[in-house]
Design a protein. Structure first.
Length: 338
């Protein structure tokens, strides 16, 4: 520490010592003890009264005043002090001690943890100190009860807010990653799932099949029967693909009538079998059959991790898209020939 800091520290200590000395002087002064002063004054009054009574009594007996004062002063002073101590000093001392005990209990109220300790705060007497003690006890009890109730309400409110926030977050997350019409994952969720499944398949050395699907004749269906019929077709395919995702697959609608299906652990042959089954279910769906000649069909392209050896997830998706476009071209050529 520097010299200035030491000097400042000494000044602060000196001011503190002066305040302590002044406080002690005030506490020990004559006017700082009103109860003791009252007792002394009462004792003096009793002593003077006794001496005056002895003077009057001995005066009638012919005893001189000086001799009477010498003989009556010591017992009068003693009796006056006993009377003042018994009627003034002791009651005030007991009252002061009870007030100090009550103040000490109030200071310890913050540390009260049991009902037994809490009940000790009450003064059982029937005087004003007892009434004050019971009033303070009731006030503190109500305050403590209100604090507990407020803490419970605050805790319940925070829990409700956390639950509502969690539900809203889950709902918003689901809405941001779900296609509203079909209930499948949207493009954002698909991009995330594609990267994760691709990296996991590479790490675990398992195959991953990516299937790109597209409806043939979907534009004609919308133009002829309206967008409501097109929505019915999209919902039917969404329900069929949702059933397929129960076995670990991931289905998504990436836009329009384009769907992508990720099949972890499936080879190209297994994925072709799954797609043929999904195509058959879609064509045999009751709502699709009601469309008659405007019933759309499915074209799909398959790419696999082990079969095509892509360098990344985007290349795997590109290969499946190209395979799907090739399938659509073959279908159109076959329709023209027919």
């Amino acid at each position: 520490m520097t010299r200035a800091e030491w000097k400042k520290r000494d000044e602060v200590g000196e001011r503190r010592r002066k305040k302590d000395r002044a406080r002690k002087v005030r506490q020990n002064s004559f006017f700082a003890q009103p109860g003791q002063n009252l007792g002394i004054f009462f004792a003096c009054c009793v002593t003077v009264g006794l001496i005056y009574a002895a003077q009057v009594f001995t005066g009638k007996l012919g005893v001189s005043a000086r001799l009477m004062i010498l003989l009556a002063a010591p017992p009068a002073i003693f009796i006056g002090w006993l009377v003042g101590d018994f009627f003034v000093l002791r009651p005030l001392s007991r009252r002061r001690q009870r007030i100090l005990n009550l103040a000490r209990r109030l200071r310890l109220f913050g540390d009260i943890s049991s009902r037994e300790t809490f009940s000790r705060l009450i003064d059982r007497s029937n005087d004003e100190i007892g009434e004050l003690s019971r009033a303070i006890h009731e006030t503190l009890t109500n305050a403590h009860r209100h604090n507990l109730e407020n803490a419970r309400i605050k805790r319940d409110f925070q829990q409700n807010v956390q639950k509502a926030t969690k539900r809203a977050t889950i709902k918003l997350t689901r809405m941001s990653q779900t296609d509203e019409l079909t209930g499948l994952a949207n493009r954002r969720a698909f991009d995330q799932a594609l990267d994760e499944l691709f990296q996991r398949s590479r790490t675990t050395k398992q195959d991953l099949a990516c299937v790109s699907m597209d409806m043939d004749g979907f534009k004609q269906l919308n133009d002829t029967l309206g967008h409501a019929a097109g929505d019915v077709a999209l919902r039917c395919l969404g329900h069929i693909l949702s059933a397929a995702t129960r076995h670990g697959a991931f289905a998504s609608r990436t836009g329009g009538d384009e769907f992508i299906l990720l099949l972890p652990g499936c080879s190209r042959e297994t994925a072709k079998y799954v797609c043929d089954r999904l195509t058959r279910l879609f064509s045999q769906h009751p709502q699709m059959r009601r469309l008659g000649t405007y019933q759309p069909t499915l074209s799909y392209g398959i790419a696999s991790l082990f079969g095509d050896r892509p360098q990344g997830a985007e290349e795997l998706l590109r290969i499946s898209d190209e395979a799907m476009y090739q399938a659509k071209k073959k279908r159109k050529q076959s329709l023209r020939r027919a």
